[in-house]
Design a protein around this ligand. Structure first.
Ligand code: 9YT
Length: 138
C-alpha cells in the first residue's frame, strides 16, 4: 500500500513546474498503479494549448474558475469545482484559468515524473517502467 502526503513531495522530483502550471505528482509510473495522479495548480490568467497525443487524461476541478476550449469541436465549456473533463480522443484543447485552478489529473499511461509539454503540446510517449525497489509500489 502507498500512503503519501502532498506536503512531503513539494520541492522534490515529483513537483514539476512549467510557466503556466505546477504539477504535484502523487502517483507515477514507478509506483506501478498503471496510471499517474497529479494535484495540479494552473496559474490565474493563463491560457495553455495542449494536445496529449500519447496519453488519455481525466481532469477534475476542485478549486477555481476557468474554461476549456476543444479546438476540433469549436466548443468551450466552463470549469468550476465539480467539473470533470476527460480527453478520450487526444483532443487539441486550450485551458484558460480565470482564477487559479486546482485540478486532480489522471494520466493513462502514467507519467514518469518530469514531463512538460513539447512544441506539439504533448508529453512524450511513456516508457514502460517497473516499480523501483525500496519505493512504495515496488
Ligand atoms: C490540466 C492540465 O493538463 N494541465 C497541465 C499539467 C498536467 N495536467 C500535469 O502534468 O499535471
Amino acid at each position: 500500500m502507498i500512503v503519501r502526503e502532498l506536503n512531503a513531495l513539494l520541492g522534490g522530483d515529483r513537483h514539476v513546474a512549467a510557466p503556466n502550471w505546477e504539477s504535484r505528482r502523487l502517483l507515477l509510473a514507478r509506483d506501478g498503479m498503471g496510471f499517474s495522479l497529479h494535484d495540479t495548480l494552473i496559474r490565474a490568467g493563463t491560457e495553455t494549448e495542449m494536445c496529449y497525443l500519447h496519453h488519455l487524461e481525466a481532469v477534475y476541478c476542485i478549486e477555481g474558475q476557468g474554461e476549456i476550449e476543444v479546438l476540433r469541436e469549436g466548443r468551450t465549456y466552463p470549469i468550476a469545482p465539480g467539473t470533470l473533463y476527460a480527453l478520450d480522443g487526444h483532443e487539441p484543447h486550450v485551458l484558460r484559468a480565470h482564477t487559479q485552478l486546482r485540478m486532480v489529473c489522471v494520466f493513462n499511461p502514467p507519467c514518469s515524473g518530469d514531463e512538460v509539454h513539447g512544441p506539439d503540446g504533448a508529453y512524450p510517449p511513456s516508457v514502460a517502467e517497473t516499480p523501483v525497489a525500496g519505493e512504495p509500489g515496488a
